[in-house]
Design a protein around this ligand. Structure first.
Ligand SMILES: Nc1nc2c(ncn2[C@@H]2O[C@H](COP(=O)(O)OP(=O)(O)O)[C@@H](O)[C@H]2O)c(=O)[nH]1
Ligand SMILES: [Mg+2]
Length: 296
């Protein structure tokens, strides 16, 4: 636990694993993977491992990723059939932290260009994690999110600030890199499987005394967002998940068993990914049934 991160290996020996959660991304993922593999090959001295984490895709994402992997040996794919959600996919992917020096994640749509990701990586010498922000002065927004998304983002931001006082302007930007040590330390407590996963991760790092630096980044919003298509439902799920997270880490934790039927009902109604629980079963056990929530 704590700050003062140790020195990283020189860039030539640095191992970076970049997770790319993907759900029905046959249209958007190919150029992203090609761009990242190409750019890092030319501009990064260390070793890149691009790990795509798929679940429940109903399109040809797997085939597209496999054809990229045949071209670039840095690309790997792991697939889950269960609907584990973006957060669940990242929780699975972050289990690979011990095999690397730095582990991070980004979206399959390429809204964060590889150059911006490399900038974050280069800043990770002085912190336990570096996260990109679209809301800090200096951010380059080549194409902004829609007005509705930006409004939803700011409402979510206010609620997160009020509940957790994390001190970040943008918890949701999918441009994040972390040292393996802090991730390994907090991994067992990750539980949010939906899109509020980032808040779960950042909150646990803060509780653990780790230093995460937020820096302005570059962003080009892409068409075809899955979140925008289900914005209302996704927002309610995220709200439910962060309230649940707040309660779990509060003196009111004891009321959680009484809330179980209500939250079971709500997550089911919202058709949300199940909650991940590592504790009661074997380590890293993933619940496969949202109707049987296992409280931490
Ligand atoms: N593995 C996995 N990835 C998901 C799931 N839902 C969304 N994603 C991925 O999460 C990322 C964010 O989704 P996106 O539609 O780009 O949302 P936006 O950038 O917030 O508008 C993309 O890479 C998606 O493919 C899911 O249920 N499972
Ligand atoms: Mg996206």
């Amino acid at each position: 636990m704590g700050t003062n991160p140790s020195k990283l290996p020189a860039e030539a020996r640095l191992h970076f694993t970049l997770l790319v959660p993907a759900y029905n991304e046959e249209e958007r993922i190919e150029s992203t993977l090609n761009d990242y593999a190409d750019f890092f090959g030319k501009h990064f001295d260390g070793t890149l491992r691009l790990m795509v984490v798929l679940n429940g895709c109903r399109d040809a994402t797997l085939e597209v990723v496999k054809s990229c992997a045949a071209k670039w040996n840095q690309i790997e794919v792991i697939e889950f059939t269960a609907p584990i959600g973006k957060g669940g996919a990242l929780i699975e992917g972050l289990k690979h932290a011990p095999e690397t020096d730095i582990i991070g994640y980004t979206d399959a749509d390429g809204s964060t260009p590889p150059s911006a990701m490399l900038d974050l990586l280069k800043m990770s010498n002085h912190a336990d994690g570096v996260i990109g922000s679209r809301w800090l002065p200096g951010a380059i927004l080549k194409r902004e999110q829609t007005l509705t998304r930006r409004f939803a983002s700011r409402v979510f931001h206010r609620i997160v600030h009020w509940l957790f006082h994390l001190g970040f302007q943008d918890t949701q930007c999918p441009a994040k890199v972390f040292r393996k040590g802090p991730i390994m330390e907090i991994h067992k407590d990750l539980m949010i499987a939906d899109l509020a996963f980032d808040v779960n991760l950042l909150y646990l790092l803060k509780r653990g005394g780790f230093k995460v630096k937020e820096v302005p980044t570059e962003w080009t919003d892409k068409l075809g967002s899955k979140v925008t298509q289900t914005l209302f439902r996704s927002s309610l799920t995220m709200l439910l998940s962060i309230i649940r997270l707040r309660l779990v880490y509060s003196p009111l934790r004891f009321i959680m068993p009484w809330l179980r039927p209500l939250e079971t009902y709500l997550y089911k109604k919202l058709r949300s990914p199940f909650i991940v629980s590592h504790r009661k079963k074997s380590p890293h056990h993933l619940r496969h049934d949202a109707t049987d929530i296992n409280l931490p």
